[in-house]
Design a binder for this molecule. Sequence first.
Ligand SMILES: NC(=O)C1=CN([C@@H]2O[C@H](COP(=O)(O)OP(=O)(O)OC[C@H]3O[C@@H](n4cnc5c(N)ncnc54)[C@H](O)[C@@H]3O)[C@@H](O)[C@H]2O)[C@@H](O)CC1
Ligand SMILES: [K+]
Length: 462
Amino acid sequence: MILFDQVLTAAQMRAAEDVLIAAGTSVSALMEHAGRGAAEWVWRVAAGRTVTVLCGPGNNGGDGYVIARVLAERGLPVQVVAPLPPATEAAQQACRRWGGVPVADAAGAVLVDCLFGTGLTRALSPELSQMLQRLAAAHPFRIAIDLPSGIDSDTGQALGDGMPDYQLTVALGGWKRAHWLMPAGASMGERRLVEIGIDAVSGAGRLARRPELTAPRPDAHKYSRGLLAVVGGAMPGASLLAARAAMRGGAGYVRLLAAERPEGVPDDLVVLTGPAADALADERIAAVLAGSGLERGTDAAERLRTALASDHPLVLDADALHLLTPAALQGRDAPLALTPHAGEMAALCRAFAVVAEGKIAQAQGLAAAANAVVIAKGADTIIAGPAGELVFTKPATSWLSVAGTGDVLAGLVASRLANGSAPLAAAEEGLWLHATAARLAGSALLPDTLIAALPAAWEQAA
Ligand SMILES: NC(=O)C1=CN([C@@H]2O[C@H](COP(=O)(O)OP(=O)(O)OC[C@H]3O[C@@H](n4cnc5c(N)ncnc54)[C@H](O)[C@@H]3O)[C@@H](O)[C@H]2O)[C@@H](O)CC1
Ligand SMILES: [K+]
């Protein structure tokens, strides 16, 4: 089975390669396979122009020698820069088969960066870093093979300064975590995968899938599509945005529970201003959203307690994430989804005593500690589930970086939950609708235009 959506750590990638090697494939054969696949991409981009391959000492460099040989065999002008000699057996063999003489420096149309891949363990030396930057400046099109050299494969952090930007990154054998994490993702350009036959790896993450979102069943009615209660707070604008988004997320009925009827409520949104506990006692409620515009005072804490006590499937966002404690979850059985951005994640990790470095470990630690699906938001949104599930997402448009889009996302995830999706699926579906509507809303989008684009996003779901 070909796995195009698996996302691996460097250790998981090595383990997957070891399985193939134990089954009789040599490292050189894997390198040949990977290098040939990568060469196809370089060939297309180069379109007859001069290519420079920068080869490092490890197997990433070995891939580079394969690429240089394949392109030279096809008649392309190729030069190799190799600041360090090949040090692994497979790389030495690939270098011998290439058979050329490296040059000290080069300029041309396309730079192929094969300096380091998953084996990078420390920052590049100043000499190597300067060489990489000089070559990058001398080539208008830059392709990173497996990873841009200088990136930590597991965290996406740069291990030094002055990383160049690439137009294309060709992942070999499987996606690495860094391909879908910031800051690395911001410098990788387009990302493509060359498959080399590795199998499923236990404990691996995966890329978010295109969800199966369909029109309501022919016999649907508003309650069968799901009744969502949105617990509003002192700042009604945010909960109103979330509720309006939720109305277009698939739920059949959205009720806003507000202390007072806010300004600007559309006619088609039901607002209940009585005690929240009474409103939440309605057994037809399929899911609850709390947190958007809740604020953090005594009233807010009380409203959150009421939402938690009702024991409906629950999405908590924004201020609720600053108020949540492990004690508050005692006795709850219903599914829970949390949607923290980086600041809220830090507060939750403190509250739930999650001691972990980095976005993935924190999201997974919190998911386990709170028995919740955690949507760790940002330019590199990931989803962590309580059973260790880990889902990466492809970058959405950067125009989403504007106030209020988080409220829209929370409304969409809650709407999917009310509609009957399990929390992890609700998270993936909500993120897909959000990203698709954002793409359709175009430049300079606002929460309003994002919500307005949701029907068109649904049209693309089928
Ligand atoms: N193992 C395999 O079966 C395959 C590996 N492939 C390629 O091999 C790569 C991984 O190969 P390696 O594990 O050899 O790793 P790299 O090619 O990334 O290089 C690691 C080598 O560089 C040294 N090193 C690490 N950081 C350094 C630094 N800052 N300065 C100087 N030297 C440094 C290490 O000690 C090691 O010798 C992958 O990214 C991929 O490109 C592919 O060819 C497919 C098959
Ligand atoms: K590289």
